[in-house]
Design a binder for this molecule. Structure first.
Ligand SMILES: [Zn+2]
Length: 163
């Protein structure tokens, strides 16, 4: 490979990374905008490196699941990162209104693992994240029973009306 080709490839790769970073930052902004201020604060306090580092989510090349298993962030932070990753890779909806976020705040084993049949949004269940990225579901008495916040259209403060 000659030097000119190499430079072109590097420029292409840099542009792809920039584009990816823009997508991640945009998605992060969308997700945080659906969250209650106290939950945004919890997420920002627990993981400033994930949410404000210019490297973005994928740019450091460590797979998300590996990082979650290594860093073991609080359940709310883990949920936000998984929702972001699934949005970016699979186009799943982005939202984390207060009544859903509370499930993660109150249950350290809650994971976004129960996909809505209609829209694919992953609602909380109780389980264990495996290195494969699968979730081993536990017999749970604390499973979130819905509704899907995307399909129901309930935002912050409206979850009470749903139940
Ligand atoms: Zn749904």
């Amino acid at each position: 490979m000659n030097a000119a080709t190499l430079r072109r490839l590097e420029a292409l790769e840099a542009r792809a990374l920039d584009e990816q970073r823009r997508r991640e930052e945009a998605a992060c902004g969308v997700l945080l905008a659906t969250m209650a201020p106290e939950h945004v604060a919890l997420v920002r306090a627990a993981s400033p490196a994930y949410f404000s580092a210019p490297e973005g989510i994928e740019a450091n090349r460590e797979p998300l699941v590996a990082r979650l298993l290594r860093v073991r962030p609080p359940a709310l932070v883990r949920a936000a990162l998984m929702l972001l990753a699934w949005h970016l890779t699979e186009g799943r909806p982005l939202t984390l209104p207060d009544y859903v976020a509370e499930v993660y705040v109150n249950d350290p084993d809650a994971l976004p693992g129960r996909a809505c049949d209609a829209c694919g949004y992953c609602m909380p269940l109780r389980g264990r994240l495996l290195p494969s990225g699968d979730i081993e579901e536990e017999e749970a008495d604390l499973e979130y029973v819905g509704p899907c916040p995307v399909c129901a259209g309930y935002r912050n403060g409206q979850g009470e009306a749903a139940s």
